[in-house]
Design a protein. Structure first.
Ligand SMILES: CC(C)(COP(=O)(O)OP(=O)(O)OC[C@H]1O[C@@H](n2cnc3c(N)ncnc32)[C@H](O)[C@@H]1OP(=O)(O)O)[C@@H](O)C(=O)NCCC(=O)NCCS
Length: 192
């Protein structure tokens, strides 16, 4: 059930928890593997990610899929008619600090800049704050990933710091920007 959650409070925007206007977040299925193998070995995509710096085998990816770490929520982004769009996840979920690290990938470069990232991030933040009751989301983004930074800033993420020359790519060093979003800052909602 994708559009579950609490419907008694209209301010809760329950219908948006897992499904938006054009996409939904759902569990990762073994049938996603072919799609994942394509982006995880595509340097155009992985230049922006911490994964996929070395070629990733199908067997490695199958093992990754089979894992279900308690401190991670891995999801597939798909269109409302079921076409694979990408991956989203909450990592390092900490139940004391109630925080998690955000990850998002729109798998096909041709789908970048169409608003899927913005919508995925909104659904992920709803899920994190309204369903999992987290307090803070954070991420690290490479300074040259201007598209991603734009999406995060538009969602309300604040630049919290810079790890100088923390990332080596393309034969040179790049800064890594740290960003964070508090539940109280998300959609101005009445959250804990
Ligand atoms: C980053 C990513 C998730 C964003 O998703 P997306 O669907 O492409 O982004 P959206 O279409 O929702 O929004 C893109 C925004 O960036 C802007 N943008 C596009 N290209 C840009 C560029 N080169 N520089 C700055 N801004 C740019 C767009 O105008 C848009 O802003 P707007 O809504 O104000 O017009 C996606 O591009 C992606 O998967 N990239 C590769 C993996 C990655 O970088 N993941 C994040 C790692 S931290």
């Amino acid at each position: 059930v994708l559009e579950n959650a609490v419907t008694s409070d209209p301010g809760f925007e329950a219908a948006r928890v897992f499904q938006g206007d054009r996409i939904r977040l759902r569990a990762v299925e073994p049938s996603d593997l072919d799609e994942v193998m394509r982006w995880i070995n595509n340097p155009e995509v992985t230049q922006f990610l911490a994964v996929g710096r070395m070629p990733v085998s199908r067997a490695e990816e199958e093992r990754w899929l089979a894992e279900r770490p308690a401190n991670e929520r891995r999801l597939t982004i798909e269109t409302l008619d079921g076409a694979y769009v990408g991956a989203a996840g909450l990592h390092e979920i900490d139940l004391v600090d109630r925080s998690a690290e955000v990850g998002i990938v729109i798998a096909n470069e041709r789908n970048w800049g169409k608003g899927y990232g913005r919508e995925s991030l909104a659904l992920l933040a709803d899920l994190a704050f309204q369903t999992l009751n987290l307090h803070r989301l954070y991420l690290r983004v490479y300074a040259y990933n201007e598209r991603a930074i734009r999406v995060y800033e538009k969602a309300g993420f604040v630049r919290e710091g810079v790890d100088r020359q923390a990332h080596f790519h393309g034969g040179t060093w790049h800064d890594v920007i740290r960003m964070g979003l508090l539940a109280s800052e998300w959609r101005g909602a009445n959250l804990p």
